[in-house]
Unconditional design. Structure first.
Length: 395
């Protein structure tokens, strides 16, 4: 990314460089079905609206004020692979025409493995996609069924091979902690992912989000994910990842050099990014804006030549500092101390974290050494804010 030899994914220089990248997020809400754990802005069974939605997306892009050349584009969902390559290329072309794409821009899309075959991969690559992120979740067919997924393990293998034949950078998402999943099943899924030789791996714990089908099932008595089980599976996974040569660069993400997700890195560095589509969130110059989450309203607003904005928030100085710490501490490279970091380090509440080697200071950066405890560190910092030890006037 920065020369002939890519920086290691956990290199602090890369973490700082990411703040300079300019990115765009595109939300594609269409799904074949809604997964029981999903709380995103998605719709199922409305594929007849894809053409109309893409037309609206392009109009929304064209309405945006002129901005900077894009270094990264991320098409998320929902399921972008519900759209034809021709429709996706229209969206990418609209971004290129409006903002321009840098010569080495990363253009990434989320993919369901069952949507992907050799012909689709060829057309996608020809249309400008450079990176495919497959929602694999598991290589255990029983677990996939329990997660409400429509693909099976063989779809993942064939999809990765088709993407690799087109020269795409390949990432897999895995999900651990479904209550019936054994540690042996999880280990096999991690091993199968690594055996495919992917350049990037994201691994997330199954969580129960309010308002989802899964939350209703748990309220009705279904077994919830177990935190201790998930912790064991996390540690197993990242030990295997490290042994395979991938480098963890964020709590849940590992990659080989040159294959970090640029869009995510930019967001974690508080970089600026535009966003388009249903429920999409953007951030430019300390102002965070969000789009409406109802599809009918989104289409109505854009078709009336109005930006589909649900709200905007200017991030105050102290809130920006707090966000910088919360995002930056999730990275393996950590975050520059700053006012908030220094306040935390000087507070007596930080002492146990240093004594237990959960955190340390490396070249002026606050770094979490035990990623499973990142949220504990962040909660302690939030406690300092609540106690008035980090004030808006401090930043």
């Amino acid at each position: 990314m920065t020369g002939a030899t890519p920086l290691s994914p956990d290199d602090p220089r890369l973490a700082e460089l990411a703040a300079q990248w300019r990115s765009a997020y595109i939300h594609i809400p269409f799904c074949a079905s809604v997964c029981p754990y999903c709380d995103f802005a998605v719709v199922a069974g409305q594929d007849e609206l894809t053409d109309r939605y893409v037309t609206a997306l392009i109009s929304e892009i064209e309405m945006h004020p002129d901005w900077e050349t894009l270094d990264a584009v991320f098409l998320g969902g929902g399921t972008p692979s519900r759209l034809s390559p021709a429709l996706l290329q229209k969206v990418i072309d609209a971004l290129r025409n409006k903002f321009g794409l840098s010569s080495d821009a990363e253009v990434s899309m989320e993919v369901n493995p069952e949507d992907w075959d050799a012909a689709y991969a060829e057309d996608i690559a020809a249309g400008g996609i450079t990176r495919a992120s497959f929602g694999a979740q598991s290589f255990d067919d029983d677990i996939l069924e329990r997660l409400g997924r429509n693909h099976r393990a063989h779809h993942i293998t064939s999809a990765v091979e088709a993407a690799r034949q087109q020269g795409l950078s390949v990432s897999l998402d895995l999900m651990f902690g479904e209550p019936s999943e054994s540690i042996e099943s999880w280990a096999r899924s991690v091993g199968s992912a690594l055996d495919l030789g992917v350049a990037h791996l994201s691994m997330y714990a199954l969580t129960v989000e309010k308002g989802t089908e899964l939350s209703r099932l748990v309220l009705d008595g279904a077994e919830a994910p177990d935190e201790d089980d998930q912790a064991d599976k996390y540690e197993l996974a990242f030990e295997a990842v490290q042994a395979a040569g991938l480098v963890r660069y964020e709590v849940s993400n590992a990659a080989s050099p040159g294959h970090v997700c640029r869009y995510n890195m930019s967001v974690w560095a508080q970089g600026d990014y535009v966003s388009f589509g249903l429920g999409a969130h953007g951030h430019i110059g300390g102002v965070r804006r969000r789009n409406v989450r109802r599809l009918d309203r989104y289409l109505t607003e854009v078709e009336a030549d109005r930006r589909p904005t649900a709200g905007e928030d200017r991030i105050k100085e102290w809130a920006a500092e707090l966000e910088r710490l919360m995002l930056g501490l999730r990275r393996a490279a950590g975050v520059h101390m700053g006012v908030g970091g220094r306040t935390f380090v000087e507070a007596s509440e930080s002492a146990p974290f240093f004594e237990r080697e959960i955190i340390e200071i490396q070249d002026g950066r606050l770094v979490v050494l035990q990623p499973l405890l990142t949220d504990s560190v962040i909660r302690e910092i939030l406690g300092l804010v609540d106690a008035g030890q980090i004030e808006s006037g401090d930043c």
